[in-house]
Design a binder for this molecule. Structure first.
Ligand code: C6P
Length: 404
């Protein structure tokens, strides 16, 4: 059981009013809110030991370096990576995916095949299309069904000896579908393909074990799991990270530089050119500690309750259709009111203090599949309540009345 009162007290933003109403924050899939424990870490960094890392002999620099590297270990432990140097700090999921895509441009050949899924966010589509343009590789797509589930029999048909890479999200941002990534990884490995799992939407809800999954790359953003924006991570198996060339050149990623030749630093620094988001990395570690203290089993169980409660109550509204009805799904409800544009519903909800996301959610192919311009997406976190869902349901009813 979660102590909701105590948890909500950790999030100062939940006390604010929006348009004269108490904030109901249901845009957690876009970005989660930040607990005081993480805010304190950010303030402490800038108040007490702001310095560049890995460079200075002075005390502040050493303190900052120690905390930044300690956070890397926290991330390593959380994802159960075998080594801390398999965790690369990035600015977020998008950066992590682009780093891998760019690296593979020197490893792929014309006619190689890459598989993505119909449920991907644009950031797990566009970099691979760019990679295909550069290399002559071919992009193939695992289709989805009306419930928003991947059609796994079609995946089986797509796999062959030309398949070099498979990229699938762990959880769909637009529909909440939890994809069968264990099966996807195992089958890809049977044909010798590497797998990248986009965990941006999974990490706020589950604790992935990269070694148990035997995944080659796993990526996530801190800001979706109670951390700050502008920082994230790439997990890569050591063997793969050693094969990939550096993504950017610059300071910190080198062993030695001269005008005739540069040699690169080892992992993880080879992929971490320039001054990183030091405070962000430290706060990412604090966010992981915060979420683990609450407990991912308890989070998943409670969020499932919220999902079931919201689904039932929303479906009682005549003319409301939910997109994404997979058996295995997380706390995201994407819906539309018949004949009403999602943007209009979102605007009225905002007037009532309720924050939801409207539009295509950076997943246009999903919208195209359902032949809709977008949806209203309410995404719940462990600090949300059933009372807030009641407020959403009455807000949607009000919007329907005003817009019909
Ligand atoms: N989805 C959403 O509202 P960044 O922006 O790099 O932190 O994450 C990109 C990203 C990648 N994959 C998935 C599955 C995602 O959901 C996101 C971000 C947000 O759904 C903002 S578009």
């Amino acid at each position: 059981m979660l102590d909701l009162k105590k948890i909500r007290a950790d999030f100062p933003i939940l006390k604010r009013q929006v348009n004269g109403k108490p904030l109901v924050y249901f845009d957690n899939a876009a970005t989660s809110q930040t607990p005081q424990q993480v805010i304190d870490v950010i303030v402490d960094y800038y108040s007490n030991y702001n310095a560049n890392i890995h460079r200075g002999v002075h005390t502040l620099s050493q303190e900052a370096t120690d905390k930044y590297e300690a956070a890397r270990h926290t991330i390593q432990k959380h994802f159960n990576a075998a080594h801390a140097h398999e965790i690369i700090y990035t600015s977020g999921t998008t950066h992590s995916i682009n780093l891998v895509a760019s690296g593979f441009s020197s490893l792929l050949q014309k006619g190689d095949e890459i598989i993505v899924s119909a449920l991907e966010h644009h950031s797990n589509i566009v970099p691979w299309q760019m990679l295909c343009e550069k290399t002559g590789a071919i992009l193939k797509v695992i289709p989805m069904n009306q419930d928003g589930e991947l059609v796994m029999t079609e995946y089986d048909k797509l796999l062959n000896e030309n398949t070099k890479l498979v990229f699938v999200n762990h959880i769909s941002n637009a529909l909440g579908t939890i994809n069968p990534i264990e099966e996807i990884i195992e089958k890809a490995h049977q044909v010798g393909a590497a797998v990248l799992i986009d965990g941006a939407q999974a990490c706020p809800h589950v604790k992935p074990d990269v070694q148990a999954l035997d995944v080659d790359f796993y990526v996530a953003s801190a800001h979706k799991m109670c951390g700050p924006t502008g920082v994230g991570m790439l997990y890569g198996k050591e063997t793969w990270l050693n094969k990939l060339p550096p993504y950017q050149g610059g300071g910190e990623m080198i062993a030695e530089v001269s005008f005739t030749k540069t040699t690169y630093a080892g992992l993880p620094h080879k992929f971490e050119a320039g001054t990183p988001n030091i405070c962000g990395g430290i706060a990412f570690g604090a966010a992981i500690d915060y979420m683990n203290a609450i407990g991912f089993d308890a989070i998943a169980k409670y969020e499932h309750e919220l999902l079931e409660y919201a689904t039932k109550a929303l479906l009682e509204i005549e003319g409301l259709k939910i997109y994404g009805t997979a058996k295995n799904k997380t706390s995201v409800v994407s819906f539309n009111l018949e004949g009403i544009h999602p943007y209009d519903v979102g605007t009225i909800l905002d007037k009532l203090g309720i924050a939801v996301r409207t539009g295509h959610h950076c997943a246009q192919p999903i919208m195209e599949y359902f032949k809709i311009p977008g949806t209203v997406r309410a995404s719940f976190a462990f600090y949300n309540t059933k009372e807030e869902i009641d407020t959403l349901v009455s807000g949607v009813k009000k919007a329907k009345m005003m817009l019909s």
